[in-house]
Structures are given as C-alpha cells and as structure tokens.
Design a protein around this ligand. Structure first.
Ligand SMILES: Nc1ncnc2c1ncn2[C@@H]1O[C@H](COP(=O)(O)OP(=O)(O)OP(=O)(O)O)[C@@H](O)[C@H]1O
Length: 593
C-alpha cells in the first residue's frame, strides 16, 4: 500500500503535464466503447429491416412499396460505428505512445540530473549495478507498463462502465443478478494479487542478487582465472540461478492463476443468469418471448462482464513491476541533495593557510573514523599523509573537497569554514588525482581538457608535457585524437594516471590532493609519475596520500595517521630522529626497495 502511494505520487508528478492528453484519450476510448456497444443493436435493426423488405417484396401487391433504403442506411451506420471504433482507438494508441515516450524521457533525465546533485555518500553506499538497474530495468518496466498496459486499463474500465449502463438499461433485476458474484471475484482477486505481489517483490530482489553476482564475477574474471576458481564461480552462479528460477516460477504461478479462476467464475455467473432468467420467465412476470430474449442478451453480458476484470488482473504483474520501479526511482529522487551554502563566500585560491582543526568524523552514526585530527598547512606547503591501510587518509581527502562534512571541529581556508564557501568555487580550487584514474569516452585531448572543455590545444599539449605523457601520446597513430572508450581500453594504469595528472594540471587548482598510485606500475613509469607529480605540486598547496615513502621525502611535513589519530608529525628527518612508527615504516620499505 505504501509502495502504491509512493508510485502514485511519482506518476502524478511526471504525468500531470499530460492531463489534456489523458482527457482526450479517455474521450476517444469512450467513443470507441460506445461504438462497440451500440453497433450490435444496428445489426439487429438491419436484420429486421431486411425481413420486412422480403415480406413486402414476396407479395406482388406490396412489392412496389418494398425498398432497401432503410436497410442500406442501417448497414452504413453499422460500418461507420466500427470505423469510429477503430479510428478512435488508433488515435488513442498514438496519443498514449507519445505521452509514454515523452514522460519516460523526462523521468530518465530527471533521474540523471538528480544523480548529479546527490551527495557522494549515496554512491559510496550503493553498488554500481544497483544504481544502473534504476536506469535500465526499472525505467524499462515503467515504459512497458505505460506503453502496453495503460490503453488496456483504459479500455477495460470503459468496457465495464459500458456493460453496466447497458445491463441496467435492459433489466435492473437481471443486472443485479449478473453482478451478484462480484464480491467473490474481488475477494479472490485481492488474495491472489497479494500473493503475487509478494512473489514479484521477492523475484526482483533475487534477480538483483543474481545481477550483483554476475557483475562481481565479470569484474573479477582475471582473479578467478588465476586462482582456477571457474568451477566454483559456476557453482555459485547455479545457486543464484536456482533461487531466481524458483521465485520466478512462484511469481508466474500466482500471477497466472487469477485469469483461469475468474474465467471459471464467469461460467458460474452465466449459469446463475440462465437459471434466474428462466425462473423469471416461468413465473410469468413477463411474456415468455421477451423473457427468453432477455436471457439471451444477459448471457452475453454475463460472459462479457468479467472480461475487463480479467484484463486488469492479467496486467497486474506488469503494473506491479511498474509500481516497484517507480518506488525504487522515487527512493533516489527523495535522497537529500548536496548541501550548498546560500550566498556562499567567494574563494580565490589560498592566501595564507588551510587549517584542519580538531576534526571528528564518522561515515555511519556511532562509528567514528577520525578522532580529533588537527593539521595546519601554510600556502604552498606540501603535506604528506601516511599511515596503515584504513587509518583515515582518504577520509581526510573526502573532507577537504566536501564530499562529506565534519561531525565536529572545522576545516578553514584563510579562516573561513569550508561549509560557508561557495561550493562550485571550492571544487574549482581543489584538484584531485585519484588512485584509480577515470577516463571518459572521447579523445585523449577531450580527456585532458575534461575540467575545462574550452581549453585550446596548446594548453592541452602543455599540460601533457608537464605530466610526462606527451611523448607517448604523439607516438600513437592518431596522437591527441586517439579515441578512448570502455571497449577499447588500450592504456596502462600508469598512462591513465599520467593523463589524469595532465587533466589536473590544466585546471590549475590552488589546492591539490594526490592519491598516489605508484603501487602497480613499473619503475620507469613510476619515475615518470614522480616527475609529473613534482611538476604539478610546484607552487601549489598540496596533500599527498603516500603509500611509497620515498616519493615524499621532500615533503614540508609528513603527518602519520593511525586508527584515525595523528600519532607523529614533522619533516622526514625529524620523524626519522624520533625513531617512532614512521622511522620503522621507512626502514621496512627501504629493505624491500
Ligand atoms: N563510505 C564509507 N562508509 C563507511 N565506512 C567507510 C567508508 N569509506 C571508508 N570507510 C571506513 O573508514 C576507515 C578509513 O578509511 P580510509 O579509506 O580513509 O582509509 P585509508 O587510510 O585511506 O586506507 P587505504 O590506505 O587502504 O586507502 C576504514 O575503516 C573504512 O572501512
């Protein structure tokens, strides 16, 4: 019920602008239904006019007065009714197809825009597969329901109203008798639909888990091959596949059971109508001929009466998926946006200092990650963050760029709290080179000028030179025009890292955060990255998250984090002299190098 409310709100939001279109569609469907319901009466009239004509024509005395004009007129009207039915249905389908295409297009762009405004936290807490499924299967389910089910729902409702009007018009007693089994049908439908809804929900969850497994196994294919785990991978897949098969089967059985049940009930209903109609005829409340004619008409209605209900219930699975889809997309829509200060203070680089002051932070309530971290950085200084894995280095970086906000304490630039600064300007001030650099579809040049799409080729080349990647780029047959795409990923981790450094150099940020990624590259590339990093750091205030200590020997300050606390701080030499954690870490690494 809650899902229905959420889905109702969602569809209202996106379908509201098409109110006129829906009204017009409803009118067209009303016309079509009226044509279908009225046309048979014209057929009856045509037959009686033909009989009348034959009667006059067969008698020579009256033959002169026999004419087929009325019969022809009725036949033409009969054909026109069917033409009216077909053409109004055609226009209604065309209208609905247009509304569906436009509204789902708006839903898609709405979802995409929302993703760009959301907090990083959402992306950290949801898998890529789950986020992607909202664009693909959830929106597809909505599209299918709007495209296929909507017109059938409209038609079924109109048909039901049409039949009710005709029945009460013909005979009120028999109309009530025909409707007598409705509560049983509705009760049955409610029960089966409740079971089907639970099964469809479970099916969606299990399909999600199967997709997650496939995603994980495809991404980790190399690890699986090198460990010879192909058989285990298939076995794991079979477990998921089996679960999906079972729940899909249950879902299909419950979804499919209703239609035959209601068809059976419709037969029972017909029998009741025949019995009651005959009783009325035998009890002499009306002439036998009229009563029998009425029974025939109502047998027809009784058979038609359940058709709209059967149609509506057979569309239930599709409608249920569209409700679940709307609920899942609405979940994204209702996520809080990134907090942007109103009238945020302008920022133009760092004039004197950046201060991290007694900062406490937790990703999840009650699980504090940083416990009172304080770091002062003067303009132009290079600070290196070192520490064991999970000590909080990346977390500090996340706070500097306002991916997250501190729980207590503050981070200031020239005395102004980050939360009071204009967010767009802050992001322009901070440049980040991530450990796992991301390239986008386009050319190499497009990727380097990603942060500033209008930058000219001279600036792109200059940035690439500073990042030590120019020679490699021009050695490629298409040089800077070489295409980069997901399917055609021809670059090594080191080359990607260098392109990402070039991208950062081009935007000329005043505060730089480098998440060092020299762990899986060869020594030549490592030296190149080191040189590129030195170039990019030059003249900028910078934070370097260092894994290899020899890359940060000339840092102005080295901050050692452990379990979210600063345990040592100073220059390389000062820390060596302290003979503490850093000195030990350094000696250990030197042995390996
Ligand atoms: N999005 C998140 N939600 C919840 N906890 C998180 C999240 N990101 C990181 N953590 C937790 O915060 C702690 C610090 O993680 P962080 O990534 O800052 O460490 P790190 O020092 O950068 O580690 P590494 O050297 O391995 O990159 C870890 O215990 C980690 O499990």
């Amino acid at each position: 019920m809650k899902d229905l409310k959420i889905a109702g709100r969602y569809y209202w939001h996106y379908l509201k602008p098409y109110g006129w279109g829906f009204l017009f569609t409803a009118i067209l469907i009303g016309i079509s239904t009226a044509c279908v319901v009225i046309a048979p009466t014209y057929l009856g009239r045509a037959i009686s006019e033909l009989t009348e004509y034959l009667k006059l024509w067969s008698n020579p005395a009256t033959r002169g007065g026999a004419n087929l004009a009325d019969f022809h007129g009725t036949l033409i009207a009969y054909v026109l009714f069917y033409f009216g039915d077909a053409s109004s249905l055609l226009i209604a389908s065309w209208l609905l197809a247009k509304i569906t295409a436009y509204s789902t297009g708006t839903m898609r762009i709405g979802l995409f825009r929302k993703m760009q405004r959301m907090r990083v936290q959402y992306f950290d807490q949801h898998s890529d597969g789950d986020i992607l499924a909202r664009y693909t299967s959830d929106l597809d389910n909505i599209f299918n329901a709007l495209n296929q089910a909507l017109i059938d729902v409209f038609l079924a409702i109109a048909q039901l109203i049409g039949i009710l009007i005709m029945m009460f018009n013909q005979n009120v007693t028999l109309a009530w008798i025909t409707m007598a089994t409705t509560p049983v049908a509705l009760g049955l439908a409610a029960f089966v639909m409740h079971k089907a809804a639970a099964a469809v929900d479970q099916q969606q969850t299990d399909v999600g888990a199967l997709n997650g497994y496939i995603n994980e196994q495809v991404t980790g294919q190399k690890v699986i091959i090198t460990n010879g785990l192909q058989k285990d991978s298939v076995a794991g897949f079979q477990v998921h596949n089996q679960t999906v098969r079972k729940t899909a089967e249950r879902g299909q059985i419950w979804s499919g059971i209703l239609s035959p049940l209601l068809s059976g009930l419709s037969l029972l209903n017909t029998a009741i109508v025949i019995f009651a109609g005959s009783w009325l005829a035998l009890n002499g409340q009306m002439s036998t001929g009229a009563a029998l004619a009425l029974v025939v008409v109502f047998v027809n209605y009784a058979q038609q009466y359940y058709q709209p209900i059967i149609t509506l219930t057979s569309l239930y699975g599709m409608i249920q998926l569209a409700i679940t889809g709307a609920r899942r997309i609405d979940e994204v829509r209702s996520q809080p946006d990134e907090v942007r200060p109103v009238n945020g203070k302008a920022i133009n680089g760092i004039k004197s200092e950046l201060k991290i002051d007694d900062v406490r932070f937790s990703y999840l309530p009650g699980k504090e990650i940083l416990h009172g971290v304080t770091i002062d950085v003067q303009k132009g200084e290079m600070v290196a963050l070192v520490g064991p894995t999970g000590s909080g280095k990346t977390t500090v970086m996340n706070l500097l760029n306002r991916f997250y906000d501190v729980d207590s304490g503050q981070i200031t630039i020239d005395g102004v709290d980050l939360r009071d600064l204009d967010l767009t300007q802050l992001r322009q001030t901070v440049g980040i080179v991530l450990q796992d650099p991301q390239l986008f579809t386009g050319t190499i040049a497009d990727n380097i000028r990603f942060g500033e799409p209008t930058a000219g080729m001279d600036r792109v080349i200059d940035a690439a030179k500073q990042a030590n990647i120019h020679d490699f780029i021009i050695s490629l047959p298409d040089g800077y025009d070489t295409k980069v795409s997901d399917e055609q990923n021809i670059f090594s981790a080191g080359q990607k890292q260098l392109m990402s450094i070039a991208r950062t150099i081009l935007t000329d940020p005043r505060l730089l955060i480098l998440d060092e990624a020299t762990s899986n590259v060869d020594t030549v590339t490592e030296a190149k990255i080191q040189k590129a990093m030195d170039n990019v750091i030059q003249g900028r205030t910078s934070f370097v998250i260092a894994h290899r200590l020899k890359t940060i020997l000339n840092a102005d300050r080295i901050v050692v984090l452990q379990h979210g606390r600063i345990i040592e701080q100073g220059s390389h030499q000062e820390l060596l002299d302290e003979h503490g954690f850093y000195a030990k870490l350094y000696r250990n690494q030197m042995v390996f190098d």
